[in-house]
Write a protein that binds this ligand. Structure first.
Ligand code: SAM
Length: 212
């Protein structure tokens, strides 16, 4: 079962194969130019350096992450200084050098609204079937009516024993609504030998966006 303890244990054991050292090339390719200071939500952010890239573009970035270890590693690895305050069950770490906050705690208790944009890499696909719709609904509720969203989904052959979970295109559309559009797809088996070695014949990464 994919519970909060499952993720906390993954971080304790260092089983974080999902983490990328660099910036996701799909983010750089497909993120549009939004007005400076746009508020960008990064749910289930891990210690993703994508948040640094977004903050460096001049957006006000808010990442939300359950694991205190992920938060400490993110701030430490990037040598960021920060201030922390408590907001109910959540801890908010405000970075001094960049327009960036990491909110530590369960995403489902995070209630802020009116974000101008959202970046979902390895978040929707990390959610089990039972929680996925609640995750998407909770995310859409955090966004303004004209918000932009960039979502990366995965579809692979063989057993669907995620995370990450494989999702059909029809599931992505039914989760986010008809406003979501697929803008790119890549079969990673053809471009990255690692996926073939792991036994996949098909491992498709798709980029979707919602724009007003
Ligand atoms: C697959 S990782 C992806 C992390 C990040 N998006 C990235 O691209 O590296 C999923 C992350 O979600 C976090 N997570 C899982 N459930 C959560 C929840 N309910 N609230 C906040 N974070 C959660 C996990 O601790 C983990 O770091």
């Amino acid at each position: 079962m994919i519970t909060n303890d499952f993720w906390l244990d993954r971080w304790k054991d260092g089983r974080i194969g999902f983490h990328q050292e660099g910036i996701d090339p799909k983010l750089i390719e497909f993120w549009p130019t939004l007005p400076k200071n746009s508020r960008v939500l990064v749910p289930l952010c891990g210690k993703s350096n994508d948040m640094i890239w977004l903050a460096e573009q001049g957006y006000q970035v808010t990442g939300i992450e359950l694991s205190p270890l992920a938060v400490v590693q993110f701030l430490g690895d990037n040598e960021l200084s920060y201030e922390t305050y408590h907001e109910g069950e959540l801890k908010v770490h405000t970075v001094k050098e960049l327009p960036l906050r990491i909110v530590e705690g369960d995403y489902f208790t995070f209630q802020e609204k009116n974000f101008d944009a959202c970046y979902d890499r390895a978040a929707m696909v990390a959610m089990p079937d039972s929680k996925r719709q609640s995750y998407v609904t909770h995310t859409l509720d955090r966004l303004s009516s004209s918000a932009f969203a960039l979502v990366i989904s995965l579809k692979y052959d063989g057993e669907n024993s995620g995370p990450p979970f494989s999702l059909e295109d029809s599931s992505v559309i039914s989760l986010w609504g008809n406003q979501i559009q697929k803008i790119a797809s890549e079969n990673l088996v053809q471009t990255n030998p690692q996926y073939k070695e792991r036994g996949y014949t098909f491992f498709e990464e798709s980029v979707w966006h919602i724009q007003a």
